[in-house]
Design a protein around this ligand. Structure first.
Ligand code: PLP
Length: 375
């Protein structure tokens, strides 16, 4: 099938771009000896889990359902972190995961009788209280009042019996320098525990596959941890695996006028790319410029009832027409995992563009998918 034959809206994941990212990550694993896991919260296209597992060590989950998905579809290690587990979840997680991190000492002890009988290697998530990002408090687990991780002042003198790992996740779309700074801070404040564990998990937020990322500093930081503490080092990026490796194709359904031409699309920020409103950010649009940069500036909006369901203002060399297909870029991550059917909007299909350029629709959605989530 050709791109032109796809029904819109559709997420198209670019296999070649995924492989390009995976090659970089594989090289980091190989030369530093770390283990890289796919954080499924960012990207859960399980159709390509077999491909992903040829390059990296496995996956990490935010809870039971993602853990089950990795267990069923991905070869390799299966890790999980959730701020609180229920007893029923704990039984199943202990049978399908090999590593599990707890967010509090209370949760660790509550479930001790279950995990102690299993083969799971257990860790504690710490909150280093060392923020390296500004502007996005919603994405900063070190922000004041955060519920994520145990603070230094709440840690016991030594790790509780059976705890084999330390986990921290503090970054968001960042380079290696903030990681190196965080590691130095953690060594200073949590150093005793690093000497007591078998593994350290550095969380996600590492933009390793972004051009210009300081891979050498990342490797140096990993090697330092491995050599100093004799530990296995884990990284669990989500974005880096599918960064710049997917598109959302959308059709112009109508054009209305209010101060400027407003294109009504069959894609929605609220339903199909929620981070555009949540973060917020303006997704790149192929062949378009900033407002005012090219001859025709238009606002791009959705066909939902939400007045704020606007993707942004973009400019074009030629005035877009009804029926045109527009291509939003970098739409593999935090898109299909977060979409919804608000207003009864159809979910975009999911397609895979193979390395030879052919395109395959992997999954189509219809009315039943909308209805089945309601009662
Ligand atoms: C615990 C944890 N690990 C990994 C990730 C993945 O982060 P990213 O997709 O930014 O690499 C997140 C993101 O929120 C997270 O909370």
């Amino acid at each position: 099938m050709n791109i032109k034959d796809l029904k819109t809206p559709v997420y198209v994941v670019d296999e070649k771009a995924i492989i390009r990212n995976l090659e970089i990550l594989k090289e980091v694993e190989k030369s530093s000896g770390c283990h890289i896991l796919l954080a499924q919260k960012a990207f859960s296209m399980f159709r390509i889990y077999p491909l992903i597992s040829q390059y990296i060590s496995g996956a990490t989950a935010s809870g039971l359902f993602e853990a089950r998905l990795a267990y069923e579809e991905m070869k390799g290690e299966n890790h999980v972190f959730c701020p609180a587990y229920t007893e029923e979840e704990m039984h199943e997680l202990c049978s399908i995961c090999d590593h599990m991190s707890f967010n509090s000492l209370r949760q660790l002890e509550l479930h001790r009788s279950i995990w102690e009988k299993s083969k799971v290697s257990v860790g504690l998530r710490i909150n280093p209280e060392f923020s390296t990002q500004e502007g996005h408090e919603i994405y900063d687990p070190c922000a004041p009042g955060s519920r994520l991780g145990i603070r230094e002042k709440d840690m016991p003198e030594h790790l509780p019996l059976g705890v084999e790992g330390i986990h921290f996740h503090t970054l968001c779309e960042q380079d290696a320098a903030p990681l190196a700074d965080t590691v130095a801070y953690v060594e200073e404040h949590f150093g005793t525990y690093l000497r007591e564990v078998k593994w350290i998990n550095l969380g996600g937020g590492h933009h390793i596959t972004r051009p210009g990322y300081d891979i050498e500093l990342l490797k140096k930081t990993i090697l330092h941890l491995k050599e100093t503490y004799d530990v296995e080092v884990y990284l669990e990026p989500g974005e880096a695996i599918a960064l710049n490796a997917g598109y959302l194709y959308t059709k112009v359904l109508d054009i209305v006028e209010n101060t400027l031409p407003i294109l009504i699309l069959d894609a929605s920020a609220a339903c199909h790319m929620p981070d555009v409103l949540e973060m917020p950010y303006r997704p790149p649009l192929r062949d378009a410029g900033e407002a005012g940069e090219k001859k025709y500036t238009c606002r791009l909006g959705a066909r939902t009832c939400l007045a704020g369901d606007v993707i942004g203002d973009y400019s074009f060399d030629r005035m877009p027409e009804i029926g045109d297909i527009l291509t939003f870029e970098d739409m593999a991550i935090y898109s299909m995992v977060k979409n919804n059917t608000f207003n009864g909007m159809p979910l975009p299909d999911i397609a895979l563009m193979h390395s030879d350029g052919s395109v395959e629709t992997v999954r189509s959605f219809d009315y039943e998918d909308f209805k089945n989530r309601l009662s």
